[in-house]
Design a protein around this ligand. Structure first.
Ligand code: NAG
Ligand code: NAG
Ligand code: NAG
Ligand code: NAG
Ligand code: NAG
Ligand code: NAG
Length: 548
């Protein structure tokens, strides 16, 4: 079976080869015999072997593949290579042994692989890396060691990799980053260390990595950030510290990170931001401090962040936001304060936010939305999207909310009286009050999606379900049709099943009133219909009389 596939691929390859000098071969589900029998292997430039059975490679296995530029051998149970299995691949630029069972790393060659730029050893079983592991790969720029079981890296492991730009060590079991592991990687620009067990980073760990732009340390066990002030990290642009055990931001802790644009501090245990916490982050564009236990953001905490575009402080325990918090952040496009306990927003909070596009305040305890009337005049309201759902609003000034891009007002504590008076006819499409409910109907197995609004009166929970316009028309049609005896109308919809809302006698009365109103409408329509018929009959009679 594989043989046939290989034959076809081979002919395809021959075809390709006759046209250009690039010749690729992909094989899967093959075995070693088949690989050694590949015809024209001397001319192949790219070989991809996946899901084959190749647990062991002998010395000089690729001897006759001297033109290979790209070699991938994945998902093939590879667990041992003899010391010189990669012998005679002088042109090889990229090599992947990902998704195998390698537990030892060697250079697998006696001569340097001078052309090798990219090496992927991810998803194997490597547990430790010895000194000088990569000296025979002097041109390496990308090294992926992710998703192994590495817990130990000897001091000079990466010795000689002066061109390395991207190093992935994510998904391993490293516990400590000490002073010399990354020593000498002068060109390193991105280092991925997320999802390890790192508890501490030595203050000199990145001292020689002066080109480091992107550092991921999320998903570790860090509880201290003192290492950030070292000069090696002065040019960082992206820093991810999410999902650690951090509790406190030291004053001036980011003072050297003046080029940082993205800072992710989410999912830690920060309790407050102070004036000194974020000093120095002059270039910061995106700050994520969501999913912490922040209860206080000191006024002036964001003062030095003049380039800030997006701030996410959702899922914290904020009860208020000081009215001048964002005054220095005039470029802000997105403010996310969802799922806190904020009770009110000062009309002055956003008085300088002329670039605002998204404002998310859902899941708070707001009782009024008048701050939306005091946004700066230069702000383009038509491109502003505001989420005020799941708050405690009882009423809003509808006229002041007409010219916004979209405002979500679902799931608030609307007063029934206000709702009935204002809402039914006047709400423009850019305002959403409704939340989705499922309605079970007798004549169809399907759940019908209905949009409804709850409201509260006399401090008691009450619900009003507003059928969408389409369905109201539908029920009128039903009503008119019910005079057709041959074609009885489907039975009416049953009451919606809503777990949290009790239908007390009052809401039943409201429903009855609605039903009576619809019946009246139908009757009037019928009456008019009958009247018109009678009139035309009478006219006909009159004409007949005149004629006779
Ligand atoms: C390799 O596969 C071919 C074709 O499926 C088969 O004929 C051959 O016996 C296999 N060789 C080994 C060593 O399993
Ligand atoms: C190889 O096996 C992996 C995992 O068993 C699977 O996800 C992948 O689709 C397979 N690839 C091919 C080309 O058969
Ligand atoms: C972080 O906060 C969570 C929830 O408040 C708590 O369970 C956990 O013990 C805290 N961890 C540390 C290291 O403080
Ligand atoms: C902030 O971080 C949280 C959790 O890590 C994530 O879910 C959220 O999408 C991030 N916010 C933004 C704006 O990217
Ligand atoms: C309600 O349902 C509509 C259509 O099914 C969907 O577009 C909308 O996003 C839903 N609204 C909410 C709040 O889930
Ligand atoms: C109204 O309903 C909410 C949740 O559905 C409940 O927490 C609250 O106690 C109810 N209030 C009254 C007055 O019944």
């Amino acid at each position: 079976m594989c043989h046939a596939v290989y034959q076809i691929l081979f002919w395809l390859w021959m075809l390709l080869y006759s046209g250009s000098r690039v010749s690729c071969l992909q094989m899967s589900n093959c075995n070693k015999t088949e690989v050694t029998m590949i015809r024209g292997m001397e001319l192949l430039t790219s070989l991809t072997l996946s899901n084959c059975s190749l647990p062991h490679l002998e010395n000089a296995f690729f001897m006759r593949f001297g033109h290979l530029l790209h070699l991938e051998l994945q998902h093939s149970g590879l667990s041992s290579l003899e010391d010189f299995s990669l012998h005679s691949l002088p042109r090889l630029q990229s090599l992947s042994f990902a998704h195998n069972s390698l537990s030892k790393l060697r250079s697998w060659s006696s001569e340097p692989l001078e052309a090798l730029v990219s090496l992927d050893l991810s998803h194997n079983r490597l547990s430790s890396l010895d000194a000088h592991s990569f000296v025979l790969y002097p041109q390496l720029q990308m090294l992926d060691l992710g998703s192994n079981q590495i817990n130990q890296i000897a001091d000079d492991t990466f010795y000689g990799l002066s061109h390395l730009k991207h190093l992935q060590l994510n998904g391993n079991r490293m516990m400590l980053i000490d002073g010399s592991q990354f020593h000498g990687l002068h060109r390193l620009s991105s280092l991925m260390l997320q999802h390890n067990l790192i508890e501490g980073v030595d203050p000199g760990a990145f001292e020689s990595n002066t080109h480091l732009r992107s550092l991921r340390l999320d998903g570790n066990l860090l509880n201290c950030l003192q290492f950030l002030t070292q000069s090696g990290l002065a040019r960082l642009v992206h820093l991810n510290l999410a999902n650690n055990l951090l509790r406190k931001l030291e004053p001036q802790g980011f003072v050297t990170n003046v080029e940082l644009q993205d800072l992710d501090l989410s999912r830690n245990n920060f309790t407050e931001l102070t004036k000194e916490s974020l000093v120095g982050l002059d270039s910061l564009e995106r700050l994520n401090i969501s999913h912490n236990i922040l209860s206080h953001i000191e006024d002036g905490s964001l003062e030095s962040l003049a380039s800030l575009l997006q701030v996410d402080a959702s899922f914290n325990q904020l009860t208020s936001v000081s009215e001048s918090l964002f005054h220095a952040n005039t470029q802000l496009e997105e403010i996310i304060l969802s799922h806190n306990r904020i009770r009110d927003i000062s009309p002055k909070l956003m008085q300088y936010q002329t670039h605002l596009r998204h404002l998310k305040l859902d899941g708070n305890a707001l009782i009024e939305a008048s701050f939306l009337q005091r946004l700066p005049p230069a702000l383009n309201r038509l491109s502003l999207i505001v989420d005020l759902s799941s708050n405690r609003l009882q009423s809003v000034n509808l006229n002041s909310l007409l010219h916004f891009g979209h405002i979500n007002l679902a799931d608030n504590h609307w007063s029934c009286a206000w709702l009935v008076k204002n809402l039914l006819l006047r709400a423009p499409p850019s305002l959403n009050f409704a939340r989705n409910w499922s309605l079970l109907s007798d004549w169809s197995e399907d759940l019908t999606k209905v949009q409804g609004i709850d409201c509260i009166e006399d401090a008691r929970n009450r619900s009003i379900v507003l059928l969408s316009i389409g369905e109201v028309i539908h029920s009128k049609v039903q009503c008119a049709k019910s005079f057709d005896e041959l074609n009885p109308a489907p039975p009416p919809l049953t009451w919606p099943k809503i777990p949290t809302d009790r239908f007390d006698s009052r809401s039943v009365i409201i429903w009855m009133l609605v039903a009576i109103a619809i019946t009246f409408a139908c009757l009037r329509w019928l009456r008019r219909f009958v009247d018109r018929k009678e009139q035309s009959k009478r006219k006909l009679k009159a004409i007949n009389e005149v004629v006779s």
